[in-house]
Design a protein around this ligand. Structure first.
Ligand code: AMP
Length: 550
């Protein structure tokens, strides 16, 4: 039976091949983005075998961009930025300028237009949030001073890019009109764009800021998870689409604003969680579609230009960042961490490249060089990063962290608590009353900083990683409480911990009989099944009431 469903074929091929390549990247301990891009190249028109529909892939990718930008907006934190503004703002701006100029220089040598040079340079100047956060998390640096500076720096980069995405189409338009020498037309275009953007921003700040949180609040109170999820998606996609249709601003800007407004509400955490699965899926399709555009022939056609672009990303940008951080009198180590974490390019570069080619200002060669150098820089980044931030230094800094109340325990049997959510935070508060030392492991940065604010010693990272467990001193811990909702993940943590500390006592949380069985098989002695405890407690209360009533 012949099937002709290009949309389904594109989604399925994209996701399946991305899964295979992503798993491979995971095995090789490199960013999965590299795997997704590779998957795109495999299903793309430049390699033999199955070829997915490029046009459809691009449309799917747009949804990915919207959700990615919505996520950037949700996480945009003015507070984080203000805390490090003195260095992050000038640092990022000077670095972007330096890298853009280097890129424009290369573009000039290649004989591309000025506008092409600008897009090319900007694309080389901006680092990938995904790659940077992974690098910092992998080294337990998110909560350190240099980690915070790097993140603040990235926020500024993101903001500059949001601005660039708005201005580039206008600039391209102006350049086209400038060629005809019509000044009044240029001014008209500029004024019109400014008016539209202002109109959109004003509408969002005045109306959106009231209506969106209120609507979400209402939906949250209906108690329907499904409706809440739908509401978040409707807001993200609806605002982005509406902004593009009515105000002619990019999807990206619309989604960023929708995210930023939601980010201010207390429901933002849930909103993030609810959109995460869909965002991940479409972000993968975005990376795949970028890979599909890539012509690997560029490696042979323009090897020198590619090498120069890679050098700009890996060394040009780093040297600039290093010099700026040093100029602000930070230590050499801080400077080198920040320089290394920014020595890569990623999603924004792809968005810029797509926009540039879409507007007809960026030659295909330039786009291919951006993609190839992104791939190389993403591959190289983990190695570069571990080369400059040796493990020993990380631990030293961890110990120096003044925010942490107590030094890491040396050999007394302390308690390790994993997860500082609804369950973990209550456990922690209670344990504080008792004697003995407590170390918390939490992998969500915002939850981790909440625990730090509450005065606990916290390690931000995933407890499934043995390295994180070791940093928490599992080898000489007495008890480990696994207060996370995923029973199977708890099992994985238990196995890692037992390998290092066979004698540690473990209490785990579970939510289903299957999880309880699994944990018991692994050898966890104490398992608390949340639903069963809730049931017991309900029965106990009703018995007391019944007794009192009789
Ligand atoms: P709750 O279900 O509200 O008690 O929240 C569970 C908490 O555990 C959340 O804050 C999660 O971020 C955290 N968590 C889940 N898995 C891990 C993990 N593997 N390592 C560290 N923290 C985790």
């Amino acid at each position: 039976m012949p099937h002709h469903s290009p949309l389904i074929a594109t989604i399925v091929a994209g996701l399946v091949v991305a899964f295979l390549m992503g798993s491979l990247a995971h095995r090789l301990k490199i960013s999965p983005i590299a795997g997704y891009l590779l998957a795109g190249i495999l299903v793309g028109p430049f390699t033999p075998g199955f070829v997915a529909d490029t046009k459809l892939a691009n449309e799917l990718a747009e949804i990915g961009v919207i959700l990615l930008m919505f996520g950037v907006g949700l996480h945009f934190s003015l507070r984080d930025l203000l805390a490090v503004r003195k260095i992050a703002i000038p640092g990022a701006i000077v670095q972007i300028a330096a890298a853009t100029l280097m890129g424009m220089g290369l573009s000039w040598i290649m004989g591309w237009s000025l506008m092409a040079g600008l897009v090319f340079g900007l694309a080389l100047s901006v680092a990938s949030t995904v790659v940077l956060l992974r690098a910092l998390q992998g080294r337990d640096l998110v909560d350190t001073e240099r980690g915070r500076i790097a993140i603040g720096w990235l926020i500024v980069e993101d903001l500059v890019m949001v601005l660039a995405l708005v201005l580039l189409p206008v600039l391209a338009h102006i350049m086209a009109e400038g060629a005809s020498g019509d000044i009044s037309a240029i001014i008209k275009t500029l004024a019109l764009t400014l008016l539209k953007v202002t109109g959109f921003v004003a509408l969002m700040l005045v109306v959106g800021r009231r209506v969106i949180p209120a609507a979400l609040h209402w939906v949250a109170h209906t108690g329907s998870r499904e409706l809440f999820r739908l509401a978040v998606l409707a807001i993200a996609l609806g605002v982005a689409f509406g902004a593009a249709m009515v105000f002619d601003v990019s999807f990206a800007l619309g989604a960023f604003f929708a995210g930023m407004i939601l980010g201010e509400t207390p429901l933002s955490r849930r909103a993030t969680e609810e959109t995460l699965p869909l965002r991940d899926a479409f972000a993968v399709l975005f990376f795949v579609s970028v890979g599909m555009l890539f012509n690997p022939g560029i490696v042979l056609a323009q090897p020198l230009a590619l090498l120069a672009a890679v050098a700009i990303i890996l060394f040009g940008k780093s040297v600039a960042a290093y010099a700026i951080v040093r100029a602000f009198r930070h230590s050499g180590r801080t400077a080198i961490t920040i320089a290394a974490s920014l020595a890569q390019i990623g999603e924004f570069s792809f968005i810029l490249a797509a926009l540039g080619t879409g507007l007809g200002i960026l030659p295909a060669d330039a786009r291919d060089i951006i993609l190839a150098s992104a791939l190389i820089s993403i591959f190289a980044n983990p190695f570069l990063f571990s080369f400059v931030t040796s493990k020993k230094e990380t631990e030293e800094e961890g110990e120096k962290q003044e925010a942490k109340p107590a030094p890491r325990p040396a050999r007394n049997a302390h308690t390790i608590l994993i997860g500082y959510g609804r369950v973990g935070s209550i456990v922690a508060a209670e344990l504080r009353q008792r004697r003995g030392q407590l170390i918390i492991i939490e992998d969500q940065p915002d939850q981790a900083s909440r625990a730090t604010e509450d005065g606990f010693e916290v390690i931000c990272g995933n407890a499934v990683e043995s390295r994180i467990l070791k940093t928490a001193g599992i080898a000489h811990a007495g008890t480990m409480l696994i207060a996370i909702p995923e029973g199977y993940e708890a099992g994985a943590i238990f196995q890692r911990a037992r390998k290092i500390a066979p004698g540690v006592r473990v209490i785990a949380r579970a939510h289903s009989d299957a999880e309880v069985d699994h944990l018991r098989e692994l050898g966890v002695q104490d398992i608390v099944m949340a639903e069963r405890e809730t049931a017991r407690r309900m029965l106990a209360i009703s018995a007391v009431r019944a007794g009192a009533g009789a």
